[in-house]
Design a protein around this ligand. Structure first.
Ligand code: AMP
Length: 283
């Protein structure tokens, strides 16, 4: 089926009204583009869950800090459209920043607790930007389902909270992290890595998997588990931004995993200027 490409909020609202009249269910996959198999896994799951799958590509300026990579963020519009179509997407929303944040824009969404710590502390304002743009997209599309990756686990928690607190009536689905053959989590930002950095980057997932294995053999203390990750980062000269063990549901910091508890280990680290994040469940 041909792709419908929308670029203005007025066009999108018109599309949504027509879709709701027709009674078709919609799955939405918001992205920043430069798509890879992680993104397309969300789209393919959308195909299983709804009549129509829509994706947005928007490099959202409000979620980037002043010293971050907004201007250099990789882009590939035509390649992305082809990947979306192949994954079963039939509606694309590709707004310019002006369309999302017109002159006079002044309303932001802040999710309080789960936006704190981890990337929330290291990237001030990031989750306010994410929450604002996702709320706008959910309001414009009115999807039955929206799909997000566990790769950005804190973001997933922020979006679950806003959808519930604002009664948006959408099911938020979290999907497993898609990885390269050597374990590195797929990310649009991997394209920034030099060949040497790309080889060293595998230490992030290697550390997380080592901690997972240690937990399976009985290690439950946060300091022991995080040290296993830190050792891998040091060996690969990856500069740590954070390595933390947190409760999976509340994102509260943990010193120990108690029996039956679901916890997650979170890592952020720099290879040169490139900041990569990853996380796995332990427990
Ligand atoms: P982004 O384009 O980086 O904003 O990501 C758009 C969506 O794709 C978010 O819900 C991400 O969590 C998800 N995503 C990014 N990388 C992966 C991955 N490796 N596996 C699964 N989902 C991912």
């Amino acid at each position: 089926m041909a792709l419908t490409v929308l670029t203005t909020t007025a066009e999108l609202q018109q599309y949504t009204r027509a879709r709701l009249r027709e009674g078709k269910t919609l799955a939405l996959v918001p992205t920043m583009g430069f798509l890879h198999d992680g993104h397309t896994s969300l789209m393919k799951e959308g195909v299983r869950r709804a009549d129509v799958v829509a994706a947005s590509i928007f490099v959202n300026p409000t979620q980037f800090g002043p010293k971050e990579d907004l201007s250099t963020y990789p882009r590939d519009r035509d390649g992305d459209l082809a990947k979306c179509e192949a994954a079963g997407v039939t509606v694309m929303f590709l707004p310019e920043p002006q369309a999302m944040y017109p002159q006079g824009f002044q309303t932001y969404v802040t999710v309080e607790k789960v936006s704190q710590g981890l990337c929330g502390d290291r990237r001030p304002g990031h989750f306010r930007g994410v929450a604002t743009v996702v709320t706008k997209l959910l309001t414009l599309f009115r999807p039955e389902v929206a799909l997000f990756g566990e790769k950005d686990f804190q973001q997933l928690c922020v979006i679950r909270a806003l959808a519930k607190d604002l009664d948006l009536g959408v099911e938020i689905v979290g999907m497993p992290t898609v990885r390269e053959a050597d374990g590195l989590a797929k990310s649009s930002r991997n394209s920034y890595l030099s060949a040497d950095e790309r080889q060293r980057a595998v230490a992030i997932s290697r550390g997380l998997f080592a901690a997972q294995a240690a937990f399976m053999s009985g290690t439950t203390r946060a300091d022991s588990l995080t040290e296993l990750v830190r050792a891998q980062l040091r060996a690969a000269t990856i500069r740590e931004d954070y390595v933390e063990l947190r409760d999976e549901a509340t994102l509260e910091p943990l010193t120990q995993i108690v029996s039956g508890q679901r916890a997650r280990l979170f890592v952020a680290g720099f290879l040169g200027k490139t900041r990569l994040i990853d996380n796995v469940r332990v427990g």
